[in-house]
Design a protein around this ligand. Structure first.
Ligand code: UCC
Ligand code: FAD
Length: 580
């Protein structure tokens, strides 16, 4: 550079080059797999149009609100200026707008209006999938709201929750309510049966007063909650363990908008999900109604867990998709070593691997949505009911982990910029990290998978094998034969493993639980990718994604068993290693 080049950097001049930012484009129009999936299963012009228009709205305004939620986190006002205790959780205006938008766009309502019959859940979840990465975590209260509506519907919509149900499923922002889900206490969130100390004191009018300490309550600006507590008998005694738990409904605030029978101890200082208030609550005589039979609290709230775990899976795959959309756009703008990132083979291979993960996750999650839709509209066969029970925790645990890995890789694809706070990218990784913790950790859900398998006397696994095989049987494209062989052989390996496992000592399957859940997920995702690629409207990329997915170890439980990983003799060795 001569004198001209020097001038460019002199004094306040900082040079002419600026890194171009990745552009968020309409996430519906950018998503070939989503469009293909809907063309195949729900070919409705109205749905297509709604999602396209919503996609535009997300780019135009909602994504900015999401960012506003992140940088204007909620705060707790404990006292008013005159010393009165108010315990008010103040959220950002953008968070309030998210509530109105959620009602207007029917983000919960669509699942209950059922305008598209058994496909209504798929439609609802596709819309949430588009919304999630722009929502400023508003998808969290929506998940719990949907879960609460599901519980109420399964119990029968009547007093005292008929009004609540109409609000949870409303499209009118004035009428719309959100719900909390207060299960976790200080002694434990996984082990709810032993962790719950909260007691429910019966009142003469048939209601209860709850006293206890809820250790994690998310989106605590909610209007109502479902929660667990132990009913006290006339002597003030309670039943311990899970069988002592009942499920309650409580309105969080009175007519003046003040919390009633609750002290908000503090808001959690969290790694991510900072947009959303998560509070510790002291329940001090909270008025409540018991909705479950006494002692049936866990079984009753399980319907909520099913729905929130599906939402969790939707958010996981949505995060993966969003980071990829941004990364692939960035790759058309950023040059290194004389060419665009897009033209570097190794960079493109990296993005393609993320794409394969995302496609597998999307199809798994949508299949679970399809199944719940069929169950809710009375179309589900026995086989499908078993599949739904099995695949809900499998999808939640697998996609929760995938989201962290894919989004972490996604951040790296922006180089140093991926680490810079105000690009908004780091928040995606922080928010992904919670997906494998709340609503059941990976291990706890792996054990849930084991329990649902063992309690069904083999029927759940039978459903899994039958359905996976039927997906493979329908695949006729010669280009997919390698993938079909891989899934088929993994399925046979899994069957043999399970037969052999039946003869193993107790404890063997517990050690195998996580690998088993991963195997169930990977094999099923392989079969779904093959099935989708076999559809007449599929693209070459659909087939390629299936082939690539099936190149990995589809059944890690078999390879790990062969290495002796589930031998009880490893237990003291594991402990010695960890604590050396
Ligand atoms: O974390 C939370 C909220 C976070 C914010 C919301 C985010 C939503 C996504 C947003 C995306 C952005 S709320 C806290 C969530 N907590 C958990 O998930 C708890 C994790 N722990 C478990 O899941 C455990 O497995 C327990 C608590 C369910 C274990 O309790 P028990 O009592 O030992 O379990 P049992 O004995 O296995 O089950 C008791 C009954 C049985 O029914 P019966 O008696 O009829 O045989 C089970 O079949 O409950 C039934 N049950 C289930 N049914 C248990 N789990 C299920 C299930 N998953 N599905 C159906
Ligand atoms: P623990 O049960 O103590 O788990 C610790 C570790 O032990 C985990 O790795 C777990 O996998 C492992 N582990 C536990 N048991 C076993 C076992 N049997 N075998 C093998 N491994 C095991 N809860 C609510 O009720 N409502 C909310 O709104 C809510 N919001 C939340 C928001 C955030 C941001 C977070 C982080 C949590 C929230 N939670 C909420 C709590 C959440 O559901 C629990 O933290 C979660 O279920 C785990 O429970 P825990 O924290 O007691 O962990």
């Amino acid at each position: 550079p001569g004198a001209e080049g020097q001038a460019e950097f002199s004094r306040a001049m900082i040079g002419g080059f600026f890194q171009e930012r990745p552009m968020l484009k309409n996430p519906f129009l950018e998503d070939a797999l989503l469009q293909g999936y809907l063309r195949r299963h729900l070919p409705s012009e109205a749905v297509y149009s709604d999602l396209r228009v919503f996609g535009d709205r997300l780019v135009r305004e909602v994504d900015g609100w999401g960012r506003e939620c992140e940088i204007t986190p909620p705060r707790l006002v404990t006292y008013d200026p005159w010393g009165c205790r108010v315990d008010r959780i103040v959220t950002s205006p953008a968070w309030q707008r998210m509530k109105d938008l959620s009602a207007q766009e029917g983000l919960v309502a669509i699942g209950y209006e059922r305008s598209y019959g058994e496909w209504s859940r798929v439609y609802q979840m596709c819309k949430l999938y588009l919304y999630s990465p722009s929502s400023g975590l508003y998808t969290c209260p929506l998940a719990m709201t949907d879960g609460a509506a599901k519980v109420i519907q399964s119990l029968g919509v009547s007093w005292p929750v008929a009004d609540a149900f109409s609000r949870l499923t409303s499209r009118d922002p004035e009428h719309f309510w959100t719900s909390g889900q207060w299960m976790t206490e200080r002694r434990g969130g996984s082990d709810v049966g032993n962790g719950t100390e909260t007691v429910a004191l019966p009142q003469s009018d048939g209601t209860y007063r709850l006293s206890g300490f809820k250790w994690f309550t998310s989106a605590t600006d909610a209007d109502m909650t479902l929660t667990l507590a132990r009913v006290t008998d006339v002597d003030g005694q309670t039943t311990s363990g899970s069988r002592g738990l009942s499920m309650f409904y409580a309105a969080v605030r009175d007519e003046q908008g003040m919390v009633q029978g609750i002290e908000v101890q503090r808001l959690k200082d969290k790694l991510g999900t900072r947009q959303m208030p998560t509070a510790e609550l002291l329940l001090d005589g909270l008025p409540a109604h018991r909705l479950s039979e006494e002692g049936r609290g866990v079984a009753c709230i399980a319907n909520m867990l099913t729905v929130t775990r599906i939402h969790n899976s939707v958010s996981a795959v949505a995060g993966m998709r969003r980071v990829l959309q941004l990364a692939r756009d960035y790759a058309t703008r950023r040059s290194t070593f004389g060419k665009l990132l897009r033209d570097h083979p190794l960079h493109m291979q990296t993005l393609a691997r993320m794409e394969v993960e995302t496609r597998g996750a999307f199809l798994l999650v949508m299949d679970v949505c399809r199944l719940i839709g069929r169950e809710e509209t009375g179309h589900a066969s026995q086989l499908e009911t078993h599949l739904l029970r099995l695949l809900t925790p499998v999808a939640k645990l697998y996609t929760g982990k995938q989201a962290v890995a894919v989004i972490s890789e996604g951040l790296e694809s922006f180089g140093g910029q991926g680490y810079i706070e105000d690009t908004g990218l780091p928040a995606m990784l922080r928010d992904a990290q919670v997906l494998s913790i709340w609503e059941g950790t990976t291990n706890v859900l792996s054990l849930d998978v084991l329990r649902c398998v063992s309690r069904s006397s083999g029927l759940v696994l039978q459903a899994y094998f039958t359905h996976t095989q039927s997906l493979l049987a329908a695949a006729s494209l010669p280009s997919l034969s390698v993938a079909v062989r891989s899934v088929d052989s993994a399925l046979s390996g899994l069957r043999e493993f399970l037969q052999a496992a039946a003869l193993k000592p107790p404890g063997f399957m517990e050690l195998a639980a996580r690998d088993l859940a991963y195997s169930l997920a990977r094999i099923y995702m392989g079969a779904l990718l093959i099935d989708h690629a076999s559809w007449e409207g599929a693209s070459h990329s659909d087939a390629y994604a299936a082939l690539r997915w099936c190149e990995q170890d589809l059944c890690p439980v078999v390879s790990k068993a062969a290495m002796g990983c589930y031998n009880m003799k490893t237990l003291p060795l594991d402990a010695a290693l960890v604590y050396e």
